[in-house]
Design a protein around this ligand. Structure first.
Ligand SMILES: Cc1ncc(C[n+]2csc(CCOP(=O)(O)OP(=O)(O)O)c2C)c(N)n1
Ligand code: SF4
Ligand SMILES: [Mg+2]
Length: 347
């Protein structure tokens, strides 16, 4: 007997999960970037996000193509190689009410885009900045990127003689207040981190190991599926609790969980695993990253959190109505005020 397809449930925004999808992916089958795009679709649906509230941003690379594959009804700007931070800064000053999701690659961020990346975090532009980190330039056929393992040998690229850049360390040093590492193969953790990152008041950096199945998925690579599966060592069990939900510590044994407040009234809930890790301690965060690099450990979870720094929009004292929505008369100085200014300059 023929079965009828069940209608998809409609969320509070009046949309189905399908409504949050984008174009069909043209990336390789099995590419980690596809999985991250799927998690963005899922969380946007679960969070009842209105598509027009979102702007998707990217640079150039396979990773930077992926915003085409999620949130097809949202705003989007696929920019130049390594230049997504300046486009994002401009867009979010023009409309600070937008929620921004930026997708970049390790080449786009840690090679050509490093200068722009650092200043985005120094300014604390409110956006979720995802680095889909595969250790290679996938789009241009697998050259080593600045996050590739030192001494690694790849069939087409040869031997990499240079030490890797640690994106999380760079993010913490530049002033980002939400810095996390994850693995595209750990869909649940990626989803929870994405939800919390959207609630953060400034730049939230997610460095997600996202294997390139075409050029860097060998067992000896720290950016491969096998390495991720065998070595992922979460710092804690990470969860995000929405603003309206009552915090109930009673469901976990005392001392096993810790809740941290986010700016919008939501909470991060950290459950202890083996060791107690405090992500609000900057030196502890840098030490854990340094040790992980030395011991080739793949730690994941929220590495660093500082809720106190104002975002660029907050520090710029912008009016509540976004600049992009103000009428011309309010944006343009009057002829008299320009004349007064000129007089002032001549004094
Ligand atoms: C100014 C400039 N230089 C070089 C390139 C060529 N290029 C395109 S994508 C890319 C690397 C992308 O690597 P990554 O950001 O790691 O993305 P992936 O494809 O691995 O996801 C390079 C070097 C370019 N498009 N523009
Ligand atoms: S080349 Fe690599 S990064 Fe690009 S789509 Fe294929 S698997 Fe993904
Ligand atoms: Mg890459």
């Amino acid at each position: 007997m023929a079965t009828r397809a069940r209608p998809q449930s409609i969320n509070l925004a009046g949309l189905t999960k399908n409504d949050y999808k984008g174009q069909p992916s043209t990336l390789c089958k099995g590419c980690g970037h596809n999985s991250i795009a799927n998690q963005i679709v899922q969380i946007a649906y679960e969070l009842d996000i209105e598509p027009h509230e979102i702007i998707k941003l990217s640079g150039i690379g396979c990773s930077s193509k992926s915003p085409a594959y999620f949130l097809g009804m949202s705003h989007g700007f696929n920019s130049l190689h390594g230049r997504m931070p300046s486009i994002g800064t401009g867009a979010l000053l023009a409309n600070h009410k937008l929620k921004a999701i930026g997708v970049s690659g390790d080449g786009d961020t840690a090679s050509i885009g490093m200068g722009q990346f650092k200043h985005l975090m120094r300014r604390n532009v409110r956006m979720v900045y995802i680095v889909e980190n595969n250790g290679v330039y996938g789009l241009t056929k697998g050259q080593f990127s600045a996050t590739a393992d030192e001494g690694q040998v790849l069939k087409y690229a040869g031997r990499n003689e240079l030490p890797p850049i640690d994106i999380c360390m760079e993010a913490i040093m530049a002033g980002a207040g939400f810095v996390a590492r994850s693995f595209s193969g750990d869909a649940k953790q990626v989803r929870e981190l994405l939800k919390a990152a959207l609630s953060h008041r400034g730049t939230a950096v997610l460095d997600i190991i996202s294997p390139c199945v075409a050029f860097n998925d060998t067992d000896t690579s720290t950016k491969s599926y096998s390495y991720g599966r065998d070595n992922e060592a979460p710092l804690h069990d990470f969860g995000w609790v929405p603003p309206a939900e009552e915090i109930s510590i009673s469901e976990v044994a005392p001392g096993e969980a810790r809740d941290i407040d986010l700016h919008d009234g939501s909470h991060i809930r950290l459950r202890r695993l083996d060791e107690d890790y405090d992500p609000t301690d900057k030196m502890a965060a840098l030490t854990v990253l340094h040790k992980a690099e030395e011991n080739l450990e793949f730690i994941t979870g929220l590495v660093y959190f500082d809720p106190d720094r104002e975002s660029l929009a907050e520090a710029s004292d912008l009016p509540d109505t976004p600049l992009a929505l103000l009428p011309d008369e309010m944006l343009r100085p009057s002829p008299q005020s320009l004349a007064d200014l000129m007089l002032d300059l001549q004094r």
